[in-house]
Design a protein around this ligand. Sequence first.
Ligand code: AVJ
Length: 324
Amino acid sequence: MGQSSAGYSFRDLNPDTGRFLDDVMAGLSRPQKALPPKYFYDAQGCALFEAICGLPEYYLTRAEIALMRRQVGDMAQHLGPGCALIEYGSGNGRKTRILIEAIGPVAYVPIDIARAQLGATAAEIAREFPRLRVIAVCADYSRPLALPELDGLGARRRLVYFPGSTIGNLTPAEAAAFLAGTREQAGAGGGLLIGVDLKKDTARLDAAYNDARGVTAGFNLNLLARINRELGADFDLSAFRHRAFYDEAAGRIEMHLVSVKAQAVTINGRAIRFREGETIHTENSYKYPVREFQELARAAGLAPVECWTDAEQLFSVHYLAVPE
Ligand code: AVJ
């Protein structure tokens, strides 16, 4: 089970060992250069993302927390006590605490690629809920992963929690495949609780990813800084600009880093050339109306049971059941 300390155990599946360089080289060798958004979250990226969550323009986190506070009693009726709660992308665990308090799970399994933050969050939650079994798993959940043994914990069912609209990073086809895989992890009689950002007017969406203070720009550019730090590359951060826009036809925000001039960057002894205005596509963030997401869930073999939204209709949380 890996090293264990006060109240929680930590299993490290070494999600980034050797993969970061391969993924960066592959992504920057494509006609439309691209980098996987999961690499945003090194220690600096985690801190920048936390800052984004507090920005006036970034309504998502506030709306989701308000929704959780208001509806968690109703959610608990569906979810029941005594489950094993598995969470993808646990981050700082702020929403999770609201859920744990209301539903009383027997075990909590946070899964995250950000090792340091995962350890800190697992330790804090274990301290706050002394009777809860906390089993942290450092892993890349975008790939198949073996969950720790949960059968001996006396859980009545498995509930997978995937908050924050992180599922928006996937294309709808990828999201359906991901949901189908998650259905297997929850197992028959289990369930999924998923936070999904709603479609809304373009101006509001554009503002959320183009904040006045430039924190989102810093978050995006930190990906290049991380490649410099960890892979010894020589990206000139002042020669790239943040760009984010809502593509209404695709129903998604796209984030890019734009090369402001023709330039070459050396990574691992290889020159990567950029034309002036050429971009690296760093993130998609899909937005779904309630009905559209429910259809996606059905295509993945899940049964939509309930969907809660906040008072302003900015954000949604879906409860999907795994059919027996
Ligand atoms: C964590 C993927 C949900 O898409 O809104 C925030 C990440 N990117 N600002 C999102 C993000 C730019 C965020 N997710």
